[in-house]
Design a protein around this ligand. Structure first.
Ligand SMILES: C[S@@+](CC[C@H](N)C(=O)[O-])C[C@H]1O[C@@H](n2cnc3c(N)ncnc32)[C@H](O)[C@@H]1O
Length: 276
């Protein structure tokens, strides 16, 4: 049972107080067990992380308490295909026992149904989705562990979409992970997009600690990159003696930049307001 079902303020009522009152009134109506029978892994410290990511023994546990208030962020993203993320931990061994062959077939059919439904309307792609699944998008990632709709290495595999079939593409913190394969990605992006498709790219500023700190960030993303992918700008550049590489002509693509925004981290927003 989840605390969300019974109301957070009542969890203690249902799990502890009512059984204790029952036991006091009618000894034998309820069995009182040791604290550890229900509260392993314990709250706080490293206990919950050990339960999720290590293979531990809980010899006195009758059931396990997952402390939804601190674990929901992780649990809400667990599904049958990303259990591998937890290795051979107590949690993953128990969770695997709960998933039957029947469940796997049902989940696979539901996923297939979702893909087919999303391919019938305007098609929106979320490339490099990681754990950030978007409801109306086909979520695509190279790692099956994150449980995307479609597993695809967008830097190497031909994208599984027909020419001119996609209406919108989001790269949310993913394009900066594409290195030498950028040409392949941009050509595939152009191939699958319908004319006037919308591409949204969100990336950390190249001077941001977030960009610098992740060793899988291999490409700074700045608005100027996309000027090289704009056919008209490249042609004008050639006519006026501009020496920038006319990638739109070399790669046979054409993207127009409609908007480029910089957003400050929230702790600096007030600096901007006072002109710092
Ligand atoms: C920093 S995470 C961002 C995840 C998510 N978009 C978000 O905003 O939280 C980058 C994601 O891009 C994915 N990615 C990187 N290179 C990729 C590739 N070549 N093909 C598919 N996915 C890729 C990674 O697997 C990872 O899940």
């Amino acid at each position: 049972m989840s605390g969300k079902d019974i109301g957070e303020e009542y969890w203690n009522e249902h799990s502890v107080k009512i059984p204790a009152a029952l036991h006091a009134k009618q000894p034998g109506a309820a069995t009182v067990m040791d604290y550890h029978a229900f509260f392993d892994p314990q709250y706080g410290g490293t206990a919950l992380a050990e339960f999720f990511f290590e293979d531990r023994d809980y010899p006195t546990a009758y059931c396990h308490h997952l402390w939804e208030s601190i674990s929901w962020n992780l649990l809400s993203r667990v599904n049958e295909s990303n259990l591998a993320l937890f290795g051979k931990s107590t949690f993953s061994l128990l969770a695997k026992q709960c998933i039957t062959e029947n469940d796997k077939t049902r989940i696979q059919a539901a996923r297939q149904h979702r893909i087919e439904r999303l391919l019938t309307g305007p098609v929106w792609l979320n490339m490099g989705c990681g754990g950030n699944m978007l409801a109306d998008y086909l979520n695509i990632d190279q790692h099956a562990e994150v449980g995307p709709d479609i597993v695809c290495d967008i830097a190497r595999d031909t994208w599984p979409f027909a020419d001119n079939s996609v209406d919108q593409v989001a790269f949310i913190h993913s394009l900066e992970h594409i290195g030498a394969e950028l040409e392949f990605v941009i050509r595939e992006l152009y191939r699958v997009c319908r004319p006037d498709a919308f591409v949204r790219i969100t990336a950390p500023h190249p001077a941001h600690d977030w960009f610098l700190g992740d060793p899988t960030h291999v490409r700074p993303i700045v608005p100027a990159i996309f000027q090289h992918l704009d056919r008209e700008k490249c042609i004008n550049g050639l006519l006026t003696g501009d020496r920038k590489t006319p990638l739109a002509l070399y790669w046979n693509v054409d993207f127009e930049t409609t908007k480029a925004n910089y957003r400050l981290d929230s702790q600096y927003e007030d600096h901007e307001a006072v002109g710092r």
